[in-house]
Write a protein that binds this ligand. Sequence first.
Ligand code: ANZ
Ligand code: ZN
Length: 814
Amino acid sequence: MPAYDFKTMERKWQERWEKDRAFYVTEDSSKPKFTCVNMYPYPSGDLHQGHVRNYTYGDLLTRYKRMRGFNVMSPMGWDSFGLPAENAAIETGIHPSVHAVERIARMTEQIRRLGAVYDWDREVAAHSPDYYRWTQWLFLRFFEKGLAYKAKAPVNWCPNDQTVLANEQVVGDGVCERCGSPVEKRDLEQWFFKITDYAQRLLDDLVQVTEWPERVRVMQENWIGRSEGAEFDMEIAGHPDKKITVYTTRPDTSFGMTFVVLAPEHPLVAELLAGSEYEAEARAYIETARRESEIQRLAAERDKTGVFIGAHAVNPVNGREVPIFIADYVLMGYGTGAIMAVPGEDQRDWEFAERYGLDIIRTVQPPDDWEGQAYTGDGPSINSGFLDGMHMEESKRSIVDWFEEQGIGRGTVRYRLRDWLISRQRYWGCPIPIVNCDTCGLVAVPDEQLPVLLPDIEDYAPKGRSPLAAVPDFVNTTCPDCEGPARRETDTMDTFVDSSWYFLRYTDARNDEVPFDPAKANYWMPLDQYIGGIEHAVLHLMYARFFTKVLHDLGMVEVQEPFARLFTQGMITLGGAKMSKSKGNVVDPLPLFDTHGADSLRLYHLFMGPPTDDAEWSDRGVDGTFRFLERVWRLGTGEFGTVTERAETDTDVDMLRTAHRTIKKVTEDIDRFAFNTAVAALMSYVNSLYAYVQTAAGGRKATFTEAFGYLLLLLSPMAPHLAHELWERRDHTEPLYAQSWPVWDPALVAEETVTMVVQVNGKVRDRVEVPADIGEEAAREAALASEKIARWTEGKEVRTVIARPPKLVNIVVG
Ligand code: ANZ
Ligand code: ZN
């Protein structure tokens, strides 16, 4: 008998799939389409278990949907620009472009060995000029629309990576997402995308993506952070020419204002302080605050400190004069940089008031059992004049109306979302296609001069300014408008810009006239399935949604939401911790290709647990799926049991019944992403097949061929090599990948029912319909539930209930 030589077999099929090109697709409107995309990876060099899990799911769906008759597009590409690639290159001394090419080749080979079949004709790589040419082209469209602009702003600076970071890249308590160094603030000229113009649409359209995980939608919503509030003006006692405008989300609490806080950077501070006795102390405080990061300043557990600046503001609702402080917990970049402080309902203000002995007046009645400090919940307004007795929403509306009538304030809508900072002072990224001309200002590089090529330089180490600035040939150019001397922008774009549109490029990856043909994009978009890690729930998904909306507004694509269905996979853990190099608990998948084969590895990843959950790696698990595949192999090569051309019996009908139930179960499980239970159903089906060929009469050839054929079809998206090989060996003329997915026969899956006799003390008293495979417990329950039987047992003691399912139950009463 042929041994289960998975190595030869896997190589054979990988070559065959590649050559047959059976999977390569174009726009075909006669078929329903299915666009299935795995988030494109950063080419780190070697596949890890996270990739394996991701691509196994994607490939399963791709193969499955093809068999279900869909026109499936399944592309792959590389997130090859950016810091990790550049840092790796700096470490190894190999130029990032050389590195990228090598690593992409290596990972491509490993992905092939996994048996994942991609449409390589659509491959994109962010660092390749025929891709980033179009990233630059898109940048220019943003620039024309005023959606890309340059501005001086306090930005997040990573001292280790020597570059600025987007707000989204500052994580935890103020550290760099990439390297974990504490992030500093610097005032620098930077490029931004005006994502805030799209804040409301990004929020509103979340209702369209019903097939996204709820928690991802919530994370997006929180990141956008819409809040409705009010702004109103206050007079300053003794300064008739000045006023303070405060921003609040709780205008209903205005009567409880007992002080006002300005951000230390607020422009009024210097004016109010000038010449006062508080000046020296305040200046020292301002200096300290300036050195601290936003995140540090906002930390809830931090002591609330501040300095009185010697002036008073007048609360417009009751004429009360309240002291003005500066405090670092109020930021200049948010709202108006000034707040009314209401300690009764705001915990930060409460702590501040206690520290400096300021009044606390509650304006919302807390519940009777309230023992806390500031009460932030709803309740009737108190100590609030005309608002007294109203609840929060009504109170807010009334006071905002009042501000508007008085002409001193208005209702506002604000977002937490800030504009997206896209410039980076690093080498390995897409150059910004702009030149600076002393006469004309910022001038776009004309489309026909794109791409602005990233020069090949020797010294690309970070220096606090872009390494490109040190390359005169690159920097010095002529102005496209006036032809005078000009300097190129030397910053490069954040790699999240590259990944914000690659899925659109997939729809028309070789186009060299436009980024993509709208007709093609409209055929393939939205992605029917997008698969990736939860770590992209905010950044990448938000940016990609933003890009899609801008491109929609430019008339380039019809959809406004790029990803119809999003799946975020759980992590692989070992010893309870995420597998990672830094924790030293990595199980490298590559050696497993040689010891267990790709099919075993894939099947194990599918079997490990629900795909959304984190799953603990076990070496025994892969041994298990390997043994299972060996069992399938032995069965399929006739090494096991007997199969003859005998006449059909009940056993054969039962076998087919089991087959059809398995088809139904596996199909429904795949459709609901329960891959683990689909694999379990196939394992149990294989047990049934073994039992079938081992009965005294053995298996019937026609039945076995049919039943085993179903197994191969169902197994083919999961363990494709073995399934294809056995299919071919079992004399099928058409290859497996050309087959349709099996459909179950409703008659065969219908639960059979039988009539069960119910006796009381040995006499037949009722007959009930029950499922043919009813168990003892259920049979007893069904018998006792009968009304007729109840009449015979009423008032008597039930001594025992003997169940012989599915035929008979006898109840003995005394
Ligand atoms: C009075 C008040 C009473 C407030 C109350 C809250 C509760 P979000 O929801 O994040 O928009 N705030 C306003 N500008 C600020 C700034 N520049 N720096 C720090 N804090 C600022 O938060 C809005 C609330 O945060 C505002 O509403 C203001 O405090 C504070 F019971 O005003 B509130
Ligand atoms: Zn010019």
